[in-house]
Design a protein around this ligand. Structure first.
Ligand code: MV4
Length: 453
């Protein structure tokens, strides 16, 4: 195991990694921006180094500053958390060149998966089901029109460098395609510095279902079941759960086998998530892969009993999956996570400021991952998520009841949060039935507005 690890992140995930390191007897080094001097990740790490001004671009995303801190603190490895540098292949390459172990997959794999059309082709070769679409990058509007004709409208144009819905356009007829092609390409160029597009058949009301995987450095891959992530707004997830009511044990086993083989082919290592869309007929199609630990990893931890962050550290230090997880995975009960954001619940605009009251719920089956506290400050520079409330129950009904009572006991004052919104979602019948898709929040807000008038 490593002697000392630098955590190149902030907030709850930095604390989550510190917790895993402590349990493994590994020393920790925090890095922080000038806005995060009083943050808990700084307080709980064994050492802390300031790496620059508040804005992420000047601190947490500053590769030379992070690497210098790692050299000065003399660490063996860097854990990138999620976001920030976690899927930056160049950063992983600099780590390698500096003889520091990057806790994640090799840069070659990250780079390949970051190029969405290449990831699609790679998964297709490995027999993972994909949607009908273009073979790689579309060279121009004429090629786009001929692909769309062969696939059939509606189609969706996506940025190969994409993520978070940027550079994406739904196209319902040949008439509107040329204009949407230009819009998508320009937006992709402005957001990612790469205007290349690919195309897929568009699914009208998809569910977003993702599979958690772990892969060691000896060619062993394991699937840890799925998470249902359809409850989102503007590409920001609000609620995640595991297992998905729509995934049967047979589908879970089949997809598990297929992705295991595909990731062995690729030479994948460490933790990863494979995202699928589920169509109205319940069929799953690969859309992209995330080569990092994800925000919603705790729901998988609660149903499988596997500590995913400790597994990441043990894998990166060369251990075999069969030593880390000796028994076959069994999924126990049901887990749900709410992402609590510092936002106006209706306007969804960030709400930075000082927290005056912070009462965290606890009790049976409740877990809270947060780096916030009373008198703590939510800076305006970063992501607005201030806590994750995660519950586990014997079944979905028990988990929902537990979440609803825990939300009622989660008191945050001084800033606005999404806690009241989350409470209302758990009172919604469509949510309670578990029969929803990625358009759920739109319907929910319509119901809310209708109910109030
Ligand atoms: C799609 C789709 C429908 N059909 N692809 C949005 C973000 C990006 N990662 C993939 N996205 C979508 N891809 C096809 N072929 C609908 C979406 C989509 C979506 C997907 C997952 C969760 C929320 C979403 C909200 C809007 C659109």
């Amino acid at each position: 195991m490593f002697r000392k690890v630098l955590i190149a992140n902030r907030g709850e995930i930095a604390l989550r990694v510190i917790s895993a390191c402590r349990e493994l007897g590994v020393r920790t080094v925090a890095v922080y921006s000038e806005a995060d001097r009083n943050s808990l990740h700084v307080r709980f790490a064994d050492e802390a180094i300031c790496i620059g001004p508040p804005r992420s671009a000047d601190s947490y995303l500053n590769v030379p500053a992070v690497i210098s801190a790692a050299e000065i603190a003399d660490v063996d490895a860097i854990h990138p958390g999620y976001g920030l540098l976690s899927e930056n292949a160049n950063f992983a390459e600099v780590c390698r060149a500096s003889n520091i172990k990057f806790i994640g997959p090799p840069p070659e794999v990250t780079r390949m998966m970051g190029e969405k059309s290449t990831a699609r082709q790679t998964m297709k070769k490995a027999k993972v089901p994909i949607l009908p679409g273009s073979d790689g990058i579309i060279k121009g509007k004429d090629e786009a029109l001929s692909w769309a004709k062969s696939v059939g409208y509606p189609v969706i144009l996506k940025a190969v460098a994409g993520g978070g819905g940027k550079g994406m356009r739904i196209c319902r007829s040949a008439d509107e395609l040329p204009q949407l092609f230009d819009q998508a390409s320009t937006e992709a160029m402005n957001s990612f510095g790469n205007g290349d597009l690919y195309m897929e058949k568009f699914i009208e009301r998809p569910r977003h279902i993702e599979f958690q995987v772990l892969a060691d450095e000896h060619g062993n891959v394991m699937s840890l079941g799925e998470r249902e992530c359809s409850i989102q707004r503007r590409h920001q997830k609000l609620i995640e759960e595991s297992p998905s009511l729509q995934v049967t044990p047979k589908m879970r086993e089949e997809i598990g086998k297929t992705i295991k083989k595909s990731l062995q082919d690729i030479g994948y290592q460490n933790a990863g998530t494979i995202e699928f869309l589920m169509d109205e007929d319940g069929k799953l199609y690969f859309i992209e892969m995330n080569t990092r630990i994800q925000v919603e990893h705790p729901v998988t931890e609660l149903v499988t009993g596997v500590d995913l962050v400790k597994a990441q550290l043990r894998i990166a230090s060369g251990e075999k999956l069969s030593d880390i997880i000796p028994e076959p995975i069994t999924m126990r009960g049901h887990a749900i996570e709410c992402r609590i954001n510092a936002e106006h619940p209706e306007k969804f605009t960030p709400s930075a400021g000082k927290i005056t009251v912070f009462n965290v719920p606890g009790g049976n089956g409740v877990r809270v991952d947060t780096a916030q506290y009373a008198e703590g400050v939510v800076p305006p520079y970063y992501d607005s998520m201030i806590a994750k409330l995660i519950v586990h129950g014997k079944d979905r009904d028990e988990a929902m009841a537990r979440m609803h009572r825990a939300l009622g006991m989660f008191v945050v004052q001084g800033i606005h949060t999404t806690i009241p919104l989350h409470s209302k979602i758990f009172e919604d019948e469509e949510f309670q039935r578990g029969d929803f898709d990625t358009k759920f929040m739109e319907r929910f807000f319509e119901r809310q507005a209708a109910g109030k008038s």
